[in-house]
Design a binder for this molecule. Structure first.
Ligand code: NAD
Length: 287
């Protein structure tokens, strides 16, 4: 392989743990090479204990920027000089840009998901959608959908110890956007059926459907699925969860979480380089 690293090569990084399974280095380095950008992207095993130092190194090493994943996205908010509107409302950062030492925290998970809908030719702007789950992935999508002009979001979560906190958080997001957002108990199947009947999209934003829950589905009654409903999953391993399979068998347009993964990376790349990621080159390596 030709060595392209020189004294000028700049660094972008991913700070997370566990990290060795990540496909982000493949995505970003393929894009840097394809566009002839003199930069490399490396994954560093960093947890919350080492996060402040790792973020300091973005300034000290004049890095292009960084991505953050588990468990660092929420804590990183404290170390930013500025936050994008989405990162502020979500309360989590997955992308850091470095403007001559000024670090800005962004969150591209939600924009990644919104862009992935274009791949299945689905438009939810001005419409109502239903989301199952209210954790990190769901919150990023809820905020971005609200900022982009989705009219109403009904969120379904199990009634666990986080339920009341989630309710407060969703009320805050709703007050700060033009979107009506309400929280409901996932066990209330009648309410779910009624809201899905009025929705353009049903999204699973929980881990139900991936290991160790790969045989489970986040809903039990699939009669609520109709051919003009878009059905998406944030999960991409397996590529088709049982939830997506059942929805596809009922004629719905479906999409897994690969697009969200790819386009959150593309949005970060575009913030760092000012150039569009060459999706047609990058997409095949993660499919
Ligand atoms: P999280 O722990 O922050 O939230 C998990 C959510 O799932 C919560 O709302 C929780 O109540 C719900 N949940 C968990 N187990 C459940 C069960 N048995 N029944 C009903 N609800 C249940 O996790 P997260 O970071 O939001 O990740 C959620 C999923 O999203 C994971 O599968 C993760 O791999 C995926 N994800 C995908 C992308 C992507 O780019 N495609 C990005 C981030 C996360």
């Amino acid at each position: 392989m030709e060595n392209t690293i020189t004294g000028h090569t700049r660094l972008a990084a991913l700070f997370a743990t566990p990290i060795r399974h990540s496909v982000s280095p493949m995505i970003q380095n393929t894009a840097f090479q394809a566009l002839g950008i003199d930069a490399v992207y490396l994954a560093f095993e960093v947890g919350t204990d080492g996060l402040e130092q790792a973020i300091d190194s973005i300034k000290n090493l004049e890095m292009i920027g960084a991505n953050l994943s588990m468990p660092n996205k929420i804590l990183a908010v404290e170390y930013m000089d500025e936050l994008s509107e989405a990162a502020r409302l979500i309360g989590a950062v997955n992308t850091i840009t470095n403007d001559h030492g000024k670090l800005t925290g962004h969150n591209t998970d939600g924009t990644g998901f919104m862009r992935s809908l274009k791949d299945i030719d689905v438009d939810i702007i001005g419409k109502k959608i239903t989301i199952i789950g209210a954790g990190g992935a769901a919150t990023a999508i809820i905020v971005q959908a609200a900022l982009d002009g989705v009219k109403e979001i009904t969120v379904y979560n199990r009634k666990d110890e986080f339920y009341d906190k989630i309710k407060e958080k969703l009320a805050y997001i709703s007050e700060n956007t033009n979107c009506t957002i309400t929280l409901h108990d996932l066990a209330d199947e009648n309410s779910l059926a009624k809201n899905v009947a009025e929705s353009a999209l049903l999204l699973n934003a929980t881990g139900v459907g991936m290991k160790p829950l790969e045989e489970q589905t986040p809903i039990q009654d699939f009669s609520i699925i109709r051919p003009d409903l878009a059905v998406c999953d944030v999960i991409y391993t397996p590529r088709e969860t049982e939830f997506l399979k059942q929805a596809r068998l009922r004629g719905a347009k479906t999409n897994n979480g690969l697009g969200m993964l790819l386009y959150q990376g593309a949005a970060a790349f575009e913030k760092w380089t000012g150039q569009e990621m060459p999706i047609e080159i990058v997409k095949p390596i993660i499919e």
